[in-house]
Design a binder for this molecule. Sequence first.
Ligand code: F6R
Ligand code: ZN
Length: 183
Amino acid sequence: DALIFLPKLIFTGKELIGENVERITRRMGDLRDVFEDKAAFEVMDPNLIAYHVSSIFPVKEGTPGGLFMGITYLMPGKVGDEYFMTKGHFHSNIDRAEFYWGVEGEGMLILMNEARDVWAERMYPGSLHYIPGGIAHRVANVGNSILTFAASWPSDAGHNYGIIAREGFARRLKEVNGKPELI
Ligand code: F6R
Ligand code: ZN
């Protein structure tokens, strides 16, 4: 089962369990700020699972010099003409970078700098994405199956969801004539 793959990873010979591993689930009800089409959002089941994130924390959050790793499982689906997507964030220590890489399924990594320029990269099994510091990041599932991607980020990065929750991304990824397009 892919969802329990991560906790079985071995870290320097010791199996990571308990406090070192966390699995969070985001449901539609947690994604109120994300989608533009409020009418389409309101008729959706707020308990519907949008994504899980299984993460490994080999060191304490905030430790300089360490790394975290997580796997996100993003469900397929749409709200109006927008694909299911992650909340998206800047890092709290805004200059901290991150790697994302595609494991299964089809996605788009949506990126935005502090000047609010937006661009996107196609995610697919084996795709590798370097997200420099200062770049907000969010992923949309543009396929019909689960999108799985992994991420690794510095243990002192932190997450700032506030800016994106308030102001969103400057462009939205929508399905236009059956294809994803940034608008
Ligand atoms: C960590 C990171 C990913 C995301 C995950 C869920 O810095 O970027 O592990 O946390 O893909 O997305 P958010 O956190 O935006 O809900
Ligand atoms: Zn991040």
